[in-house]
Ligand binder design. Structure first.
Ligand SMILES: [Zn+2]
Ligand SMILES: [Zn+2]
Length: 343
C-alpha cells in the first residue's frame, strides 16, 4: 500500500511529493492517519542541512490524526483515538539523561543520546500516514479540531514551555519578541494567563493584529519598550537572534530573557548599550519543549478557545508553494498540511 509524502531528498534541494510505502506498524507503535501537520521553521533548518544528513526524509513535527492500527504491546492507545506527536517522540530510556526521567527534548550531547526525532531521524508528518511510538503520542482534548491542534504540537508547546520556564510572577509584564508562527501564539497565551502583554515587532502591518491577539501595547524595539516602563520577561520567539539582543534595552531589573526560537546562523548576543545586564541582575534562559505535561496544558488552553492559531492550509501537492512562503517569512502565521482532505 502506498501513500503520498513530502520528501526532502538532500540538503538545500526542493521538497518533492512522492508515492512511498505506508509505514509498517512496529511493536510499540501506532499507525496514524494524518489529518493535519503543521510547518515549523525548523523544517527549513532540516532542509538546509542543519539537522545533519537525514535524507531522504519526510519533514514535519506538528502531527495530529487518528489511530488506524495499534502495534504489538501497545496498551494505552486504541484504534480511533485522536492523537498528536511532537519533535521528540521517544527516548532511549538508558542514557544518563533518560535515567533521570527528564523531558523528551532535542538531540544534543547532554540530552538523550538516541532520541526518536519526528521529521529528522524518523519520518515526519507531511504525509498521509505515520507510524509513531505510542509513548510519544498525546490524546487530543475533545472539541479541539485537528487544524487548530497541529500548531500546538510545537509552536504552542514551545511558547508555553518558554512562559513556564520564565517563572512569571503576578503583575509581571511580558513582552513577546517577534509576531510570527510562535509569537502570535505566545501573545494569546500570555494574555490568557492575565499578564500585561506587550508585542515587539518591526512590522507596522502587524501592530493591529498584535492588539487583536491580546497585546496591551505594541512597540518597535527595546528602547520603545523601556520608554513605556519595560518588561520583566522577554519571550523571544523569532528565528533571528539579532532582534532579541536589541530588545534587552527594554528589560527591567531582575528581568528574564527566554530564548525559545532557533537561530543557527548567528550567536545570541546582548546589546552593550546602557547598563551591563549582570548589573541589572538579569538572566538569559534557554528553553525548549519542557515535557508532555506542558503540552497537555497548552492543548487544554486551545480546546477552551484561549489560544487559536492563525493558519494557512495546504494540500501535500502544494508543498513547493508552502515551503516558499515559510522560508520567505510570508506565512501568516502557521502553515498546516491537511493530507486527509485530498489534493
Ligand atoms: Zn518546531
Ligand atoms: Zn536516552
Amino acid at each position: 500500500m502506498k501513500m503520498k509524502a513530502i520528501v526532502m531528498t538532500g540538503a538545500n534541494r526542493p521538497w518533492e511529493v512522492q508515492e512511498v510505502p505506508i509505514p509498517k506498524t512496529e511493536p510499540g507503535q501506532v499507525l496514524v492517519k494524518i489529518h493535519a501537520s503543521g510547518m515549523c521553521y525548523t523544517d527549513v533548518w532540516a532542509t538546509q542541512g542543519y539537522g545533519g544528513d537525514i535524507y531522504p526524509q519526510t519533514p514535519g513535527h506538528e502531527v495530529v490524526g487518528e489511530i488506524v492500527e495499534v502495534g504489538a504491546g501497545v496498551r494505552t492507545r486504541r484504534v480511533g483515538d485522536r492523537v498528536g506527536t511532537t519533535w521528540v517522540q521517544s527516548a532511549c530510556g538508558r542514557c544518563p539523561y533518560c535515567r533521570e526521567n527528564r523531558p523528551l527534548t532535542g538531540q544534543t550531547a547532554m540530552n538523550c543520546n538516541d532520541p526518536g526525532t519526528t521529521g529528522f531521524a524518523l519520518q515526519g508528518g507531511h504525509a498521509e500516514y505515520i507510524a509513531i511510538a505510542a509513548e510519544g503520542t498525546v490524546l487530543l482534548p475533545e472539541g479541539l479540531g485537528y487544524v487548530d491542534a497541529a500548531p500546538m504540537m510545537c509552536a504552542g508547546y514551545t511558547t508555553w514551555s518558554g512562559l513556564r520556564d520564565a517563572v512569571p510572577q503576578p503583575r509581571d509584564k511580558i513582552a513577546v519578541v517577534g509576531i510570527g508562527g510562535l509569537g502570535h501564539i505566545a501573545l494569546q497565551l500570555s494574555k490568557a494567563c492575565g499578564f500585561e502583554t506587550i508585542a515587539i515587532t518591526h512590522s507596522p502591518d502587524k501592530r493591529e493584529l498584535a492588539t487583536q491577539l491580546g497585546a496591551d501595547q505594541v512597540v518597535a524595539n527595546g528602547n520603545e519598550l523601556r520608554d513605556i516602563g519595560g518588561a520583566d520577561i522577554l519571550l523571544v520567539t523569532t528565528n533571528d537572534f539579532s532582534a532579541a539582543g536589541a530588545a534587552i534595552t527594554g528589560l527591567k531589573t531582575d528581568g528574564r530573557v527566554v530564548l525559545c526560537g532557533l537561530d543557527f546562523t548567528k550567536p545570541f548576543s546582548i546589546s552593550s548599550d546602557g547598563v551591563p545586564f549582570h548589573m541589572m541582575r538579569q538572566r538569559v534562559i534557554g528553553s525548549t519543549h519542557g515535557g508532555q505535561h506542558y503540552l497537555s496544558e497548552v492543548l487544554d488552553l486551545a480546546a477552551k478557545g484561549k489560544v487559536k492559531p492563525i493558519v494557512e492550509t495546504f494540500s501535500l501537492d502544494q508543498a513547493p508553494e508552502a515551503y516558499n512562503r515559510l522560508v520567505s517569512g510570508k506565512m501568516r502565521f502557521r502553515g498546516v498540511f491537511t493530507p486527509s482532505q485530498g489534493s
